[in-house]
Design a protein around this ligand. Structure first.
Ligand code: ARG
Length: 400
């Protein structure tokens, strides 16, 4: 008896996931492997990847264009939540995992598979995200993770693959581990493993070096409706087109690089280089529009929710009761977050230089220091008398 009869494998076309195909069949007694490759805007052609899976022994090789759902159903809610893990990482890789998990589970149900599989190793975050998301979506489906158990280093994996119909990679192997999609790139390993070492320029792809950016700023206006980005410079755009265009505008100005040490779910720290030019800019712009359209107490309370939300997305709890409850809160707050944010892109910075909204709570006649000031300054005295009451009582009791 094998570990499963029919398995749907998350497939990227890389060495590890390719080797998973013969490994599952030969070592773990799986009768049939169906692969699933999702297009999340990683910029790779899926036709050859689809063929490669069949050559390596897959019975069916599925390819799904999931870009629109990726942006609409995963990135946009995270933008509404201003989600930044540890205050910096906009979760460009993490957001893709619950979507891939959903596609795997749907395929498993459609093809009557009793398990799904992925090529994650045992010390990353992605295994956690896949396993927990899959369990949340269908607890009866088994999850197999060959790379967690096989103990292959890269040459051994290549050798094993070669013996079992997986072609030896033609490209020279990169010293980096890279995850890429429409929202960003995550790069680790190689010289980046020393947190003191500056990243080489070759690490970056979506963002230009400051030295190569234009000497004039680029301005872009981002239009939001109920907290969702709907257009650029007044022109309505569909989600994928908007992110692509904004990636280009921001990336060309060197915006969106993050060099950080983060705390992984499994307790270790890792150094990761991120590029997420559009996503990061959208979070900052959205947060700014909230500062114009939400009351102070909602903005401040929401910050705590945002922190928890970011942690939950990072920690693989996209599909969970607490996350749904947080979603309900966040969506409720977005009712009035409609308007436009003006961003100046220049030499690695995305600076917000203007914001406007039909729902603006900014009252010029109250805020101005000019002649038009309507604020009743005298009323402040009584307010402060009562506001400071408990402090005054306390001080009278305890100061000598
Ligand atoms: N640290 C990021 C996360 O957990 C990215 C993980 C994948 N990174 C990579 N370089 N392959 O979301």
């Amino acid at each position: 008896m094998g570990r499963a009869k029919k398995v749907v494998l998350a497939y990227s076309g890389g060495v590890d996931t390719s080797v998973c195909i013969p490994y599952l069949k030969n070592e773990w007694g799986v009768e049939e492997v169906i692969t699933l490759a999702a297009d999340l805007g990683q910029g790779e052609e899926l036709g050859p990847i689809q063929k490669k899976a069949l050559t390596a022994g897959a019975s069916v090789s599925l390819v799904e264009d999931a870009m629109d759902s990726f942006v609409r159903d995963y990135a946009f809610p995270a933008i509404q939540a201003n989600a930044l893990y540890e205050n910096r990482y906009p979760l460009s890789t993490a957001l893709a995992r619950p979507l891939i998990a959903k596609l795997l589970v749907e395929a498993a149900e459609k093809y009557g598979a009793d398990a799904v599989a992925h090529g994650c190793t045992g010390k990353g975050n992605d295994q956690v995200r896949f396993d927990v998301s899959i369990a949340a979506l269908n607890p009866n489906i088994k999850v197999l993770a060959p790379a967690r158990e096989w103990g292959f280093d890269r040459p051994t994996a290549i050798e094993y693959g070669e013996k079992h119909g997986v072609p030896v990679p033609v490209k020279k192997s990169s010293p980096y581990s890279i995850d890429k999609n429409l929202l960003g790139r995550s790069v680790e390993t190689g010289h980046l493993e020393d947190p003191w070492t500056e990243p080489l320029e070759e690490v970056y792809e979506m963002t230009k070096a400051i030295a190569d950016t234009p000497d004039e700023p680029t301005y872009v206006e981002i239009n939001f409706e109920k907290g969702i980005p709907v257009g650029l410079n007044g022109e309505a755009m569909d989600p994928v087109a908007l992110v692509m265009k904004l990636n280009q505008l921001t990336g060309d100005n060197g915006v969106g690089r993050i060099d950080m040490l983060e705390n992984r779910v499994v307790g270790i720290k890792s150094r990761e280089i991120y590029e997420a030019p559009a996503l990061l800019t959208l979070v900052h712009a959205h947060r700014d529009l909230e500062s114009l359209t939400l009351t102070g107490d909602v903005t401040q309370y929401k910050r705590g929710i945002e922190e928890s939300y970011g942690q939950m997305v990072y920690n693989g709890q996209w599909y969970s009761p607490l996350k749904s409850a947080l979603d309900a809160f966040i969506v409720n707050t977005q009712e009035w977050v409609t308007g436009t944010v003006r961003v100046k892109l220049f030499k690695g910075n995305a600076v917000i230089v203007g914001r406007k909204s039909e729902n603006s709570l900014y009252t010029e006649e109250m805020s101005t220091y000019g002649e038009e000031d309507q604020f009743d300054h005298k009323a402040a005295e009584g307010f402060i008398y009562i506001w400071g009451m408990s402090t005054r009582i306390w001080s009278g009791k305890h100061s000598s």
